[in-house]
Design a protein around this ligand. Structure first.
Ligand code: NAD
Ligand code: DAU
Length: 348
């Protein structure tokens, strides 16, 4: 029986990774450590919460003694580290929180893994889940490769870049077995509605303005979250130690084109007249330091590990919209309370 720690498992991507590991590997004990910040929600894991190989631990990766006690108790064989502050806009308002969780929290986990595994590193693995934003912003052409120099532009991406550097430094200095992946924009079920797609789905539902930053001509490469979870599983089990893998959807969209497609799909599904949702589009002040374009070259993981996205984007988007419309109570619950204050501050 292997015992694997998954951090941030109550969040968007983490919950999909926990579900995949719990269901696919009955002989693993999966421990989900999550602080349950505004972004963490145990409702995301209702379907597996009673699985015999699943344990939830509420805790903060910034709390050193909590982490070292947890490693003592469970003697983890592996770590899949997803816990993070993940929203760029929030990092602009409150960078220190990002430094604490994303940098200090990651170093706490690295220290605990290093202490536990010292001299018996064989079969152990620290998997650090990172983002394509560490590479900065692209012009109209080109792609991020695994060896593209780091050039983070926001407090969020700087904190993630810093954590990536610490992971590599622990590999280099202390022979800590690690692997890193850098992924593009995820979409799908259970994403907190501060991020573009769930925010706009919720606003269209309530006929609220759709706040498009700047000229709307920013480009992102979208990947269905379950395909990211599949890639993480593959890299965890088959990836080369000490290596980096880029993960992306081969699926670039300018924001405004994506938003118009979403509007069309929502009008159809809500039985509203075509063009209704588009009328809600409102151009607003740009995000400071807004990265123009991200695009991942996912050729390495494709060639070396045989991974590719399983869903066409239009199919994934339709499935995602259906999920939010069928889970309106989920959306209503997560948008009550603190969300209202955040929304007022961010968009007023
Ligand atoms: P999320 O914000 O939905 O979830 C983050 C989770 O981490 C939440 O459950 C939260 O409660 C938990 N958490 C936050 N601070 C914590 C702390 N101090 N201690 C313990 N738990 C804490 O994030 P997400 O979008 O699922 O992203 C997960 C990871 O994937 C992050 O590391 C992010 O940088 C990375 N990533 C995200 C995307 C994306 O498009 N969302 C793309 C590439 C990489
Ligand atoms: O690329 C991977 C990254 O993708 C992850 O590391 C981050 O955790 C994740 O949040 C995401 O970052 P983005 O900043 O690209 O995602 P977001 O959904 O915030 O914004 C997507 C695009 O839409 C971006 O160009 C900004 C724009 N946008 C966003 C919001 C919330 C708007 O125009 N209006 C909005 O209200």
């Amino acid at each position: 029986m292997k015992t694997i720690l998954i951090t941030g498992g109550a969040g968007f991507i983490g919950s999909h990774v926990v579900r995949l590991f719990v269901n696919k590997y009955p002989d693993y004990q999966i421990v989900n450590l999550d602080k349950l910040t505004y972004a963490g929600n145990l409702e995301n894991l209702k379907d597996i919460e009673n699985a015999p190989n699943y344990i939830f631990e509420k805790g903060d990766i910034v709390d050193e003694s909590c982490i070292s006690q947890l490693f003592d108790r469970y003697q983890f064989d592996g770590v899949v580290h997803l816990a993070a502050e993940s929203h760029v806009d929030r990092s602009i308002t409150n960078p220190m929180e990002f430094i604490m969780t994303n940098v200090v929290g990651t170093v706490n986990l690295l220290n605990a893994a290093r202490n536990l595994w010292k001299g018996k590193e064989k079969g152990k693995l620290f998997y650090h889940v990172s983002t394509d934003e560490v590479y900065g912003s692209l012009g109209q052409t080109g792609f991020f490769l695994e060896d593209t120099p780091y050039d983070p532009q926001s407090p969020y991406s700087s904190s993630k870049a810093s954590s990536d550097h610490f992971v590599r430094a622990y590999g280099n200095t202390y022979s800590l077995p690690y692997v890193i992946s850098n992924c593009s924009n995820n979409y799908g079920e259970n994403q907190f509605p501060e991020k573009l797609l769930p925010l706009f789905i919720n606003n269209i539902r309530y006929n609220k303005a759709l706040p498009v930053y700047g000229d709307g001509l920013f480009t992102r490469d979208w990947l269905y979250v379950v395909d990211h979870a599949r890639a993480i599983d593959l890299i965890y089990h088959k990836g080369k130690q000490g290596d980096t893998y880029n993960i992306g959807g081969f699926n670039e969209w300018k924001n405004i084109d994506l938003i118009k497609l979403l509007c069309k799909v929502m009008d159809e599904k809500l039985g509203r007249e075509q063009g209704s949702a588009e009328k809600l589009i409102t151009y607003v002040k740009d995000r400071p330091g807004h990265d123009k374009r991200y695009a991942i070259d996912a050729g390495k993981i494709n060639k070396e590990l045989g991974w590719e996205p399983s869903l066409q984007f239009e199919e994934g988007l339709s499935k995602t919209v259906d999920w939010y419309l069928n889970n309106q109570e989920w959306l209503d619950r997560v948008t009550s309370g603190e969300y209202q204050n955040y929304y007022k501050e961010q968009y007023s």
